[in-house]
Design a binder for this molecule. Structure first.
Ligand code: AP5
Ligand code: MG
Length: 226
């Protein structure tokens, strides 16, 4: 990576907490590049690249993809021109080793994580959210059968592409994701608490209210550029 980097927001939350939903709204509102490792992996799986072939097995089992692969992909993404003005990370870091790599990579560019908002949602709600989720093929815009149905059934409101269910949203895989990943999330929360940037937001109050609460947590830390 080269030169300096702008503001850095790390959006934290369990699988299904609403990271993707909120990241799409906030990145536009705040002028930050939305960097989602899950979306990057899904694009690689779709395109059947070597990275996608490696990642698929882990994702289907609800496990984290190994750090070496994930970190290389993330660092390449952070080197892209659109990331230089600032980034909103969704799904990275997932463990403290990834958090340390991120800290060092940002420090090399004179940057740091400015704020790490945590969208807190009880486990029972996560299962219901993931079971009813549909996302669009073009950009991963998330919907929910009950909570956020699209205007036209099976079609994305934003870009008109087809909606589908993620293969890792099957009930058994959802349970595996929660079982395998919640412990590591707790450690990441502790890491950012220790660094003084963790802000916890209630994720059960509806999408609009969660956005408002996230903005209250983020804007004082990064300034509002809109
Ligand atoms: P990833 O794609 O990051 O999945 P995840 O963390 O499991 O999170 P989700 O995308 O499932 O949920 P979300 O928090 O984005 O919720 P959403 O907004 O969609 O990762 C997938 C896999 O890739 C991982 O399991 C792993 O294998 C691999 N991977 C990715 N990053 C990695 C890394 N760094 N290291 C290693 N491996 C990695 O919302 C969910 C649903 O809830 C939607 O239906 C939505 O409409 C609804 N909803 C949202 N907000 C609300 C609300 N406030 N009230 C009611 N419903 C709501
Ligand atoms: Mg997501």
């Amino acid at each position: 990576m080269t030169a300096s980097i702008g503001r850095v927001v790390v959006l934290l939350g369990a699988p299904g907490a609403g990271k993707g939903t909120q990241a799409q709204i906030l990145s536009e509102r705040l002028g930050l590049a939305h960097v989602a490792t899950g979306d990057l992996f899904r694009a690689a799986v779709r395109d059947e690249t070597p990275l996608g072939v490696t990642a698929k097995g882990y994702m289907d089992r609800g496990e984290l993809v190994p750090d070496a692969v994930t970190i290389e992909m993330l660092l390449e993404r952070l080197a892209q021109p659109d990331a230089q003005a600032g980034i909103l990370l969704d799904g990275f870091p997932r463990n403290t080793a990834q958090a340390e790599v991120l800290r060092k990579a940002l420090a090399e560019k004179g940057g740091r994580v400015d704020v790490a908002p945590y969208i807190e949602v009880p486990e029972a709600d996560l299962v219901a959210r993931l079971g009813g989720r549909w996302i669009c093929r073009a950009a991963g815009h998330p919907y929910h059968l009950v909570g956020k149905p699209p205007i036209k059934e099976g079609i994305c409101d934003v870009d008109g592409s087809e909606l589908y269910q993620r293969s890792d949203d099957q009930p058994e895989t959802v349970q595996a994701r929660l079982r395998q990943q919640l412990g590591a999330l707790d450690q990441v929360l502790g890491y950012y608490r220790d660094h003084g940037v963790l802000k916890t937001v209630d994720g059960t109050t509806g999408i609009v209210n969660v956005t408002a609460d996230l903005l209250k947590a983020i804007v004082p830390a990064i300034g509002d550029r809109s």
